[in-house]
Design a protein around this ligand. Structure first.
Ligand code: ADE
Ligand code: ZN
Length: 319
């Protein structure tokens, strides 16, 4: 039986399995440049974050209708439930969809068709987190937030993702301030490929409550001390880090050192269709490769609920 856990770092577009990509391509008359799922899987060898993002943005062109987003989310929720996930805080990238002519309603209403019934259908509670693409402009982020206004009853928070290096958090100060004023929770990818300063900036300028990845904090002892002192959760994604070559092998992952330092770490799957595993696959992988004890694994599962945006009572029920 997998440990009950919350998943806090999951891009819904990154759950698009090759089989579903081909099904949706056929349904929508979209031509993929791969002959079949096998040939597509062959393309899943990444050099770095950007080489993954290129494929990630290319494949999401098969998503066109509300039903597509609903099917995508339901497929993820079913897999997550089977892996012990009781609560999922799900990222989505509306700018990538708006840029190819979809509207915000198609994306949010489609996802909501699955998320709104997830507790009854899958036994998984959910939250939705709108991510801004950091390689797009600050104005584009502000426009996206405006487009999302009619749907804010379904959106819990905002995040920041896509190509990190060269796109410092400071660029998004205004949109984070506006979002905070609207009562939205705030997270951001930082310290995945980018330097520790991006983590510090995200805390100081964007007011984030959780750091997505945050791996490179380990290069700055004072930052580690601060993250421990302020109990800022990190949403780590071990299999992602190996596939995107942020660490050489899983055995080199700093998770044990991070736990020893007292950091509030969680383990998540990021883009599981691309990186070889869902939530419990990541738990299993760190247990095997890093020799984490059962106590440590339970600590990680407990942290995932502590670090979630569930209200206290709901958090107790989900556990
Ligand atoms: N978008 C989807 N997955 C991502 C990741 N791991 N880092 C940054 N942006 C992403
Ligand atoms: Zn991510």
């Amino acid at each position: 039986m997998p440990l009950p856990k919350a998943e806090l770092h999951l891009h819904i577009e990154g759950t698009l399995e090759p089989e579903l990509a081909f099904d949706l391509a056929a349904r929508n008359g979209v031509k993929l440049r791969y002959a079949d799922t096998e040939e597509l899987r062959e393309a899943y060898r990444f050099e770095d974050l950007q080489s993954f993002l290129n494929l990630y943005y290319e494949l999401m062109t098969v998503l066109r209708t509300e039903r597509d987003f609903e099917d995508l989310a339901n497929a993820y929720l079913a897999r997550a439930a089977a892996q012990g996930v009781r609560h999922a805080e799900i990222f989505f990238d509306p700018q990538a969809h708006l840029a190819r002519g979809l509207d915000m309603a198609t994306v949010v209403e489609g996802l909501w068709r699955a998320l709104g019934r997830s507790e009854e259908n899958h036994g998984v509670s959910t939250r939705l987190i709108l991510c801004f693409l950091r390689d797009e402009s600050a104005d584009s982020a502000l426009e996206t937030l405006e487009a999302a206004r009619p749907y804010l009853d379904r959106i819990t928070g905002i995040g920041l993702d896509s190509a990190e290096v060269g796109h410092p958090p400071a660029k998004f100060r205004q949109v984070y301030e506006t979002a905070a004023g609207l009562g939205l929770r705030r997270v951001a990818h930082a310290g995945e490929e980018g330097p520790p300063e991006y983590i510090t900036q995200s805390l100081d300028l964007l007011g984030i409550e959780r750091v997505d990845h945050g791996l490179r904090c380990m290069e700055d002892p004072e930052l580690v001390e601060r993250l421990v002192r302020e109990r800022i959760p990190l949403t780590l994604c071990p299999l992602s880090n190996v596939r995107l070559r942020t660490v050489d092998t899983l055995a080199d992952h700093p998770l044990p050192a991070m736990l020893d330092a007292g950091l509030l770490c969680t383990v998540n799957s990021d883009d599981p269709a691309y990186f070889g595993g869902y939530a419990d696959d990541n738990f299993h992988a760190v247990r095997e490769s890093l020799g984490l004890t059962e106590d440590r694994l339970r600590e990680l599962a407990r942290n995932s609920f502590l670090a979630s945006f569930l209200e206290d009572d709901e958090g107790r029920r989900a556990r």
